[in-house]
Design a protein around this ligand. Structure first.
Ligand SMILES: Cc1ncc(COP(=O)(O)O)c(C=O)c1O
Length: 341
């Protein structure tokens, strides 16, 4: 039987109890729909303050936040430069292309991060009316490969973007993990961006994300585009209350710090097992490891996780706010006992 604890994704975790309570609390009585309620007012005010943002728009999922964010930043002939591994490129069923009508100009990036040099390589077609014109750079923080941009790296990219007339978008589905890892504020991470998403779902919410708009000039269109992109839900108070629960006393940071620590523990234990190689720095809540294919197959008999790269025998193990030391310890025992002789 498969072990009940999954290392497949932070999305496999349920809700944090505080989120569940907050949803129940918000269920008392009626409230006006579509965001004209006290919970939404509280969440958006807090997000504006925490991020130093012009406005915050609550949405249902991370792909929706990304599509809405990109739609605010792009003109119709413009393209987005991003890493090949970016979620917008690999896991959104072409939503940015289909719904925003943009083109993604991808750059290879072994660690999930892109640099000014990689961005510059995509600018050669500028001024040529046969080519999509790069308008936005999209980064993911923390990245799909479990790494984090440092604040210095973000500043460098942001300076390059400003000097090159490019807007900057951050996919922050795991921004909390990056802030915990870098021991910095959300505002420090957001400073570089014109717009960004802030993910709560992977941090203990049931389903709640926010699109944070940093530049006042971008805010006016956002309510209309959120509705057009089907991201304005009528009972918005239940999204807002989840964010309020995670923002209260910085629960988001405690959850992310814990998830990151569990990933460290797992990586430390796994790398001591002969035949296992940790292939990316573990800077958030994901561990990428290379294992013998027989080892992967044996481990998957009882444990849930993704094979990330079948050819390279690389797997992804993810931790979350509710991963315990005992879970990691049991998983490490299984890793040791299933290792091929
Ligand atoms: C980097 C990243 N961005 C965005 C998302 C949002 O996905 P969803 O639309 O499923 O909430 C995810 C989810 O896995 C992700 O890993």
């Amino acid at each position: 039987m498969t072990h009940p604890k999954s290392f497949g994704s932070d999305n496999h975790a349920g809700m944090h109890p505080a989120v569940l309570h907050a949803i129940t609390d918000a269920n008392a009585g009626d409230a006006v729909a579509y965001g004209a309620d006290a919970w939404t007012e509280e969440a958006t005010a807090r997000l504006r303050e925490i991020f130093g943002a012009d406005e915050a728009f609550l949405v249902l999922n991370g792909s929706g936040a990304n599509v809405l964010g990109l739609s605010l930043l792009l003109r119709r002939h413009e393209a987005v430069i991003c890493a090949e591994s970016a979620h917008i490129n690999t896991d959104e069923c072409g939503a940015p292309e289909q719904l925003v009508g943009t083109k993604l100009l991808t750059v290879p990036s072994p660690d999930g991060k892109i640099t000014p040099e990689l961005i510059a390589e995509k600018l050669s077609g500028r001024g040529d009316d046969h080519r999509s014109q790069p308008g936005v750079v999209a980064l993911t923080q923390s990245t799909e490969l479990g790494t984090c941009y440092t604040l210095a790296e973000l500043r460098k990219i942001s300076d390059f973007c400003h000097a090159s007339d490019l807007r900057l978008y951050l996919d922050g589905a795991r921004l909390a993990n990056a802030a915990a890892s870098l021991d910095c504020s959300l505002a420090e991470l957001a400073e570089c961006a014109d717009a960004l998403s802030f993910g709560a779902t992977k941090n203990g919410a049931m389903g709640a994300e926010a699109l944070i708009v940093m530049r006042p000039s971008l805010t006016a269109d956002a309510p209309y585009l959120r509705k057009q992109m089907l991201q304005l839900t009528s009972k918005l108070r239940f999204v807002a209350t989840q964010l309020n629960a995670l923002l209260h006393d910085d629960l988001w940071r405690a959850n992310a710090t814990h998830a990151n620590a569990m990933a460290q523990l797992l990586a430390e234990g796994a790398k001591a097992v002969p035949g296992i190689e940790i292939v990316h720095p573990v800077q958030a809540n994901a561990v990428f490891a290379r294992l013998h294919p027989r080892h992967i197959a044996a481990l998957q008999q009882d444990w849930t996780f993704h094979i990330w790269d079948e050819e390279a025998n690389v797997v992804r193990w993810m931790t979350s706010f509710n991963t315990t030391e005992a879970d990691v310890s049991a998983f490490l025992d299984a890793i040791r006992t299933t290792a091929p002789a």
